[in-house]
Design a protein around this ligand. Structure first.
Ligand code: FA5
Length: 347
């Protein structure tokens, strides 16, 4: 076929292709196929080299006309598809794209409830440092150096530059009791008072389904006149009923030893609805408690003949486990959102 015919046919086909393209990607594909560096027009141009000078004189202007026509068709097609794209109507009836929303960590949720319940009973919500002196974590709580009670609360010791003695990561929130009683001795606080602390504690502990090395305790303590074990038990019952909100909870109080209380008890809980052999069919230790030891009050400058009190220290993870029937404490720090999100909603 003569080059002239080929050029004319190419022009007809390319113009038809530009006219048929309905979006930007299709226009670009037509451009590449016809006007691109390896396109059809380039191939025809190469056939030019073999033509006679006479043919070249005739074909030159024709070639230019074809190129102009195709470039104009390209510009037209681009304008057509871009205005068509912006004219697309917005469909307001389409469903909204789901937006991920975080959930409240089950521990934060239970912590908040515990604080609310104690606030309603007249307790002040207080806090204390994670890095403690031996004096507050042990000494003022009637646990002198070499006391065997230290064995059950081994911890992480810190050699801080410039500190006269080693510090430790507190093993229990009872350290906030010591700090509070010291305030009385310093003349900054006077009984009566009721306080509650929710905070992290740390122990050198083998981790299993009910033990972690970093966990949360709730410490509650009251110093007032004529305080008895009945007040202690009544307070714990009120708190458990309000937080657990289940009717299958059985509670047991048994004598126990803590150097900073006398008498001392532990409270265990089990669920009567639990499958036999499952975790909550057995007793789970939930808290230690007792009447504040006179020596602990004296260490803070409080006269035990005038003032008495009770104190308790509860494992918040265990409380949340019982409330939600969570069989393994590692869920809380495990960072598996699929587990945590199930318990995160308020309700
Ligand atoms: C204490 O820490 C005492 N300070 C509690 C106390 C306070 C007694 C005031 C008397 C008066 P104990 O080591 O038993 O005691 O811990 C208290 C609670 O913390 C336990 O009943 C348990 O619920 C929780 N707990 C203890 N160790 C762990 C652990 N490794 N992981 C998770 N929870 C724990």
């Amino acid at each position: 076929m003569a080059l002239q015919d080929e050029l004319e046919q190419a022009q007809t086909a390319a113009l038809a292709a530009f006219a048929a393209a309905t979006d930007a990607a299709a226009v670009e594909a037509v451009r590449v196929a016809w006007l691109g560096r390896s396109g059809r027009i380039k191939a025809l141009q190469q056939g030019f080299g073999a033509a006679s000078p006479e043919e070249k004189r005739q074909l030159g202007p024709l070639f230019n006309t074809v190129m102009e026509a195709l470039k104009a068709a390209l510009v037209d097609a681009q304008a057509r598809v871009s205005s068509a794209e912006t004219d697309v109507p917005i469909d307001l009836t389409l469903p909204e794209r789901p937006r991920p929303v975080g959930s409240v960590h089950p521990l934060s949720q239970v912590a908040e409830e515990v604080e609310r319940i104690f606030s309603s009973m007249g307790y002040a919500v207080v806090d204390g440092p994670h890095i403690e002196a031996d004096e507050f974590n042990f000494g003022r709580l009637n646990i002198p150096p070499d006391h065997p009670a230290r064995d059950s609360q081994d911890t992480f010791w810190l050699d801080l530059p410039g500190a006269a003695e080693k510090r430790l990561l507190r093993t229990h929130t009872s350290s906030v009791q010591s700090r509070t009683y010291q305030q009385v001795g310093l003349g900054k606080l006077t009984p009566p008072f009721r306080r509650v602390v929710v905070g992290k504690v740390f122990r050198y502990e083998a981790v299993d389904a009910t033990h972690d090395n970093t966990f949360t305790q709730v410490e509650g303590f009251v110093v007032d006149r004529d305080i008895t074990v009945a007040h202690l038990i009544g307070t714990i019952r009120t708190m458990l009923t309000a937080v657990l909100r289940r009717d299958d909870v059985e509670v047991r109080l048994r004598p126990s030893f803590f150097p900073f209380v006398e008498p001392g008890f532990e409270v265990d809980v089990r669920l009567t609805s639990a499958e036999p052999g499952s975790r909550f069919a057995r007793w789970v230790e939930l808290l230690g408690c007792g009447m504040i030891h006179p020596r602990v009050l004296e260490a803070g400058g409080i006269d035990p003949a005038e003032w008495q009190g009770f104190a308790f220290g509860l494992g918040l993870e265990r409380l949340a486990m019982i409330r939600h029937g969570i069989a393994d404490i590692r869920v809380f720090n495990g960072a598996d959102l699929r587990s945590l999100e199930q318990f995160g909603a308020y309700g």
